[in-house]
Design a binder for this molecule. Structure first.
Ligand SMILES: NC(=O)c1ccc[n+]([C@@H]2O[C@H](COP(=O)([O-])OP(=O)(O)OC[C@H]3O[C@@H](n4cnc5c(N)ncnc54)[C@H](OP(=O)(O)O)[C@@H]3O)[C@@H](O)[C@H]2O)c1
Length: 252
């Protein structure tokens, strides 16, 4: 995820390569990142005094040891993308620092992610603008109260897996109906992408779109009746709630 954000920041000229320093313990990764993106690299988490934002993108289980090496870092604003790590935990590790908790999702890799961000009380307006700029490089950004971060995890954090499952199932349906696999996958994927784009651009409510494509006694309403009988809507609601509960448990 750190590399996905880095690659888009460089590609969209939000930061120039020499202005970014990436820390990674593995020499091969450092060589790869410096050659591919032209950024500075360091093995030891040493942060330059003029650093604007320091982003933490390690696994949550590495946080405590990484934080110990960063406690005196001069960075005025620390951004964490670590799933389940709360602002109060980050504030304990980095006392008196401006801290932003962020939750991106995997479509960030292709610039189509959505990131929810929640700042602590010390984050300034200018720092929030810098954080928005960083995550806008990988998609769209929403600000939420920190108490809603686990719900964000349950919806958009885990959501790409639900949509992938749906695409796979739609393609399976197409294959069952006689389509070749490759064509079924293309039709299913593009239908999801196109519908999401249509809803975004027209601001139609999903129910309005559904009404527009369901003619009396037609094919689509017949399919929807089947989906309702199988509990699709309820399954999706319960899935988001279950993931949110699991994020709550993991954060304790
Ligand atoms: N993947 C997602 O979709 C996603 C979405 C939202 C949030 N997140 C969060 O993003 C974080 C990273 O997840 P990921 O999937 O990108 O994991 P990952 O691929 O394992 O990335 C972790 C990175 O941290 C580096 N690292 C480990 N120890 C370090 C240290 N002491 N100092 C500096 N760098 C160190 C690792 O280096 P090496 O590769 O050399 O070991 C690796 O490049 C997690 O906290 C996760 O919760 C991920």
């Amino acid at each position: 995820m750190g590399e996905a954000i880095l690659s888009r920041l460089i590609a969209s000229n939000i930061y120039l390569p020499p202005d970014v320093c990436v820390s990674d313990p593995m020499p091969e990764r450092r060589d790869f990142l410096s050659q591919k993106y032209g950024v500075q690299v360091t093995p030891n988490n040493l942060i330059a005094a003029e650093t604007e934002v320091m982003m933490l993108a390690v696994k949550p289980q590495s946080l405590n040891s990484v934080a110990a090496s960063l406690v005196d870092a001069p960075a005025p604003c620390i951004v964490s993308i670590l799933a389940g790590v709360t602002l109060s935990h980050l504030e304990d590790l980095f006392p008196a620092k401006a801290v932003v908790r962020a939750m991106p999702n995997t479509p960030a890799q292709v610039g189509a992610g959505v990131t929810a961000i929640a700042p602590n009380a010390l984050v300034t307006t200018a720092q929030m603008q810098a954080v928005h700029k960083i995550f806008q490089a990988v998609g769209t950004v929403v600000e939420v109260a920190e108490s809603l971060m686990n719900a964000v995890t349950g919806l958009s954090g885990s959501g790409p897996a639900y949509v992938a499952l749906m695409i796979e199932a739609m393609a399976d349906g197409g294959v069952a109906a006689g389509l070749p696999r490759a064509i079924a996958m293309q039709l299913a994927t593009q239908t999801v992408l196109g519908t999401a784009q249509l809803l975004t651009e027209t601001k139609l409510h999903p129910a309005q779109l559904k009404d527009q494509v369901t003619s009396p006694a037609g094919t689509t309403i017949t399919a929807i009746a089947q989906l309702e009988k199988s509990g699709l809507r309820s399954a999706m609601i319960e899935a988001v709630l279950a993931a949110t509960r699991r994020a709550d448990e993991l954060g304790k």
